[in-house]
Design a protein around this ligand. Structure first.
Ligand code: ARG
Length: 456
């Protein structure tokens, strides 16, 4: 492609070092769509004839069909997907093919292809995120009114519904979906027409070309456009965040599936056995997902490090953007899919969560709130209940087994109705502020999500 200026062939080693077609072949569909749109721009500008444009378009469509059938041979010597396709086109249709690269550089071409690739990947990751949310909502609904302890510091805190805990992850994934949508909107402008770095003296109607590719507009600075990979960093961050959320859920699932917690049962199809210990049923899907999230974060770090020291404008370093990008897209997609399946096969062990939640200590805050409702300032109430807790531990006597007289030795504000707030059901019903886990609130949230997700 550049033989005019060179007297020597590229060394075989340099070819092997610099080729990207072994991984960027994946851009083929977008590369072809971009080239067809570009050829329409060339036609409109009078650079090629209608006949030539139609030869280019049908030649490219034939190549695409061959690639999709697995009949196309990508050649390492032709370096990347762009040159492979263009060279093959020219081989097939001759002079018209040789005109395709007019007013275009691989720099604006690859920037366009990668944006298109990210755009369609976002659309599919968004669908997988929605499916994962739906599986969580469905698992929460199957759990019914199962109560469990909510934890802070992994110490039992206050009672919640299992559904409320799962819905926390639905919220996280909702933010992830919003980040993906936001990233999609910002990346949807077309770099094509920026040339190598300074546009071209041959003027094409960029808006016209962009409209053929579904872009909302065109980039406004040619130098920025060919060197910008912010959108890759943004997407890798959005994907990493999904990974972090799945990793946290993994950790919950791993704990819950242990004999110590035994809060959930995972299906046999989503667990593995041990080659040595016959009794084992391991939560490998969750462990792998926790592990794979490290890769996603690593890919984000690679990309940020790749671009941080680059002088303007395009530098070959940028070819290294693709492998982390492709890997993160593949990894998060598979993780979402397999997690969705696993959650669909996960059942809460209500007897165990409720036995654990019946620890009366979970209602210590409710007792403090009781005193507040009887005129005791909260800090004082907290101290009174602290002493009551110490007494309960020392005497091995649960709150429910204490007499009113015993309560009153800690505070005169206790009255006969204190026993009513020692009930889990009452305690949950009382948590009716927005976002808190009263049964009504949780039912309302489940209905809200079900509706939102069926519309998505
Ligand atoms: N394979 C290259 C990449 O991915 C395409 C652009 C090459 N441009 C160049 N000036 N060598 O970045």
């Amino acid at each position: 492609m550049w033989k005019g200026r060179f007297a020597q062939e590229t060394s075989a080693l340099v070819q092997r070092y610099g080729e990207s077609v072994s991984f960027d072949w994946r851009l083929y569909a977008h590369d072809i769509a971009g080239s067809i749109a570009h050829s329409k721009g060339l036609l409109k500008a009078g650079i090629i004839t209608a006949e030539e444009q139609s030869q280019i378009e049908s030649g490219l469509l034939a190549i695409r069909a061959e690639i999709e059938k697995g009949d196309f041979e990508f050649k390492e010597a032709l370096e990347d997907v762009h040159m492979n396709i263009e060279a093959e086109l020219t081989k097939r249709i001759g002079p018209a093919g040789a005109k395709l690269h007019t007013a275009r550089s691989r720099n604006d071409q690859v920037a366009t292809d990668v944006r298109l690739y990210c755009r369609s990947s976002i659309d599919s990751i968004l669908k997988l995120t929605r499916a994962m949310q739906a599986a969580l909502v469905e698992c929460a609904e199957r759990g019914g009114e199962a109560v469990m302890p909510g934890y802070t510091h992994l110490q039992r805190g206050q009672p919640v519904f299992f559904a409320h805990h799962l819905l926390a992850y639905v919220e996280m994934l909702e933010r992830d979906a919003a980040r993906l949508a936001d990233c999609r909107q910002r990346l949807n402008v077309m770099p094509l027409g920026s040339g190598a770095l300074a546009g071209s003296t041959i003027i094409l109607d960029r808006d016209f070309v962009a409209s053929h590719l579904g872009f909302d507009g065109v980039t406004q600075n040619s130098m920025d456009a060919v060197s910008d990979r912010d959108f890759v960093a943004e997407l890798l961050f959005a994907i990493s965040m999904i990974g972090v959320h799945l990793s946290r859920l993994s950790e919950d699932v791993i704990l819950w599936a242990s004999a110590e917690f035994a809060f959930v049962t995972l299906s046999d199809a989503h667990t593995t056995g041990s080659s040595l210990m016959p009794q084992k049923k391991n939560p490998d899907v969750a462990e792998l997902t926790r592990g794979k999230s490290a890769r996603l974060i690593g890919n984000l770090m690679s990309l940020l490090t790749l671009i941080k020291g680059l002088p303007m404008t395009y530098n070959r370093d940028l070819q290294e953007d693709k492998e982390p990008l492709f890997d993160s897209i593949d990894t998060v997609s598979l993780a979402l899919e397999v997690f969705t399946e696993m959650v669909s096969g996960m059942d809460v062990n209500r007897a165990k969560t409720e036995a654990t939640a019946s620890d009366p200590m979970l209602l210590a805050t409710d007792l403090a709130d009781y005193l507040v409702n009887h005129g005791v300032p909260f800090r004082q109430a907290h101290e009174v209940i602290g002493k009551l807790v110490a007494y309960s531990i020392a005497e091995k006597k649960a709150f429910g087994d204490m007499s009113l007289a015993e309560f009153q030795t800690f505070s005169k504000a206790f009255e006969a109705d204190v026993m009513a707030c020692l009930n889990l059901k009452t305690a949950l019903e009382a948590r009716k502020g927005i976002g808190a886990p009263s049964p009504q609130n949780v039912a309302h949230q489940l209905a809200r999500w079900r509706k939102a997700l069926s519309a998505a």
